[in-house]
Ligand binder design. Sequence first.
Ligand code: ADP
Ligand SMILES: O=P(O)(O)O[C@H]1O[C@H](CO)[C@@H](O[C@H]2O[C@H](CO)[C@@H](O)[C@H](O)[C@H]2O)[C@H](O)[C@H]1O
Length: 459
Amino acid sequence: MKISSAEVGRVLSDWLGQQRWYAGKSRAGSVHARQLATLTEDPHPVQIWIADITYENGDVEHYQVPLVLRDEPAQQLDHVFVGAMLDEDGESTVHLYDALHDKDVTGAWLDALVAEAEIDGLRFVRRVAPDEMPVGEPSLALSAEQSNTSIVFGDAAIMKTFRRIEAGLNPDIEIHGALADLGGEHVANLLGHVTATIDGEPWSLAMLQDFMVTATDGWKLATTSVRDLMAEGDLHADEVGGDFASEAHRLGQSTAQVHADLAAAFGTTNLSPDDVRARVAAMLTRLDAALIEVAELAPVASDLRRLYEAVADLGTVVPAQRVHGDLHLGQVLRTARRWILLDFEGEPAKSIIERRALDSPLRDVAGMLRSFDYAARYQLSEGEGTAQTEARSREWTTRNRDAYCAGYAEESSADPREGAVLLRALEADKAVYEAVYEARNRPSWLPVPLASLHRLAAE
Ligand SMILES: Nc1ncnc2c1ncn2[C@@H]1O[C@H](COP(=O)(O)OP(=O)(O)O)[C@@H](O)[C@H]1O
Ligand SMILES: O=P(O)(O)O[C@H]1O[C@H](CO)[C@@H](O[C@H]2O[C@H](CO)[C@@H](O)[C@H](O)[C@H]2O)[C@H](O)[C@H]1O
């Protein structure tokens, strides 16, 4: 079944803007679609397409869009309908759907991984024995759409399909592979991955991992703890049943252990004072770019610049290594035994080169500290804030930030609280990123990072 690229480009222009993972919502861009591969023809054709978006300022982004082509409308896929068009012969109508949501065809990825297939320049790499692959298991796309699209096979494995793609090995695959090879306890095993070769370069398309079936994510656990505290107006955080501090402590230990594994797998370096100044310059540039998009940042901008410049003035070396890059409570899962860290892709807004650069491990600590702040604050921003709940929220945040840092310090030679200026600047840099993220994706959450930036600016 053949369809025209121009027609696919036309339907994707409308459809992309409605997808959570599409980062170009706030800018006008033209869409060009190209077909990369046909994964299978049976029972319905599955084609991997790339949408190349060119924005008005010349920036280009690439998105992966796996499509299933059906010759009849499929009611069960109405919610992931992409568009309809005549086939190239002009004889019959083809109905396009997001293939990752079509249980009838998702097994094609597993079959290709089992066979270690090479299809139209796509290489399917298997890291475990064929009988460890969840072949035949039904698939379910996760409903919480995030930066990418993940589908679970049975309760055995989860396949993450990267949406915004670019040349280079995706750090999620690279790091999961390296840490699994080291026997790291705090990551899910990497079962396989899919890479395309485009113009001689590797482009990571998807990865398959063990699925942690009984795990609960850190965001759910932390926000439940906050809710318990808010419900008990007169009790303090350490007196309420759902206290999270011992989990925060373990999470700090787990983060430090993952950092030690990352250092062992990829090495370490010291950023010289000049390197540090260059990083600070990048943070200032990021702040300037954010100010154009989020006007609400203006009142804190000069204090934030002063905070960043204090880091440049430290004049000391800063230990650096590979890091997670976007660590927050939604990226950690609590299994019955331990915390698992997920999603080593780094911040989706950064290029792969930036995401693979060695950085201060405090970047991850700062990310998690921001997340405690989010967990405590977002319920207040939903309109229920009183002086009492504000105080409780601050208490919860302080207690869990301290417990996390103490846990980290126990497993590492460095206590994050000793690098206070750098840690504060990294928190601010993260909150600036979050302000842009929220303005683009969840404007009602924008007050959460803004409130923190006011606090950081005033300290
Ligand atoms: N190995 C896993 N086991 C269980 N759940 C997982 C696993 N990997 C991811 N998840 C779930 O899928 C969600 C999205 O995964 P993540 O890697 O963070 O994707 P994204 O890059 O789209 O944010 C996570 O928040 C988690 O709930
Ligand atoms: O999709 P990803 O998980 O890669 O990360 C992006 O989305 C996150 C929200 O889902 C966003 O995280 C922010 O909100 C979280 C609560 O929903 C909070 O725990 C985080 O601390 C906060 O940064 C993340 O920044 C973004 O990259």
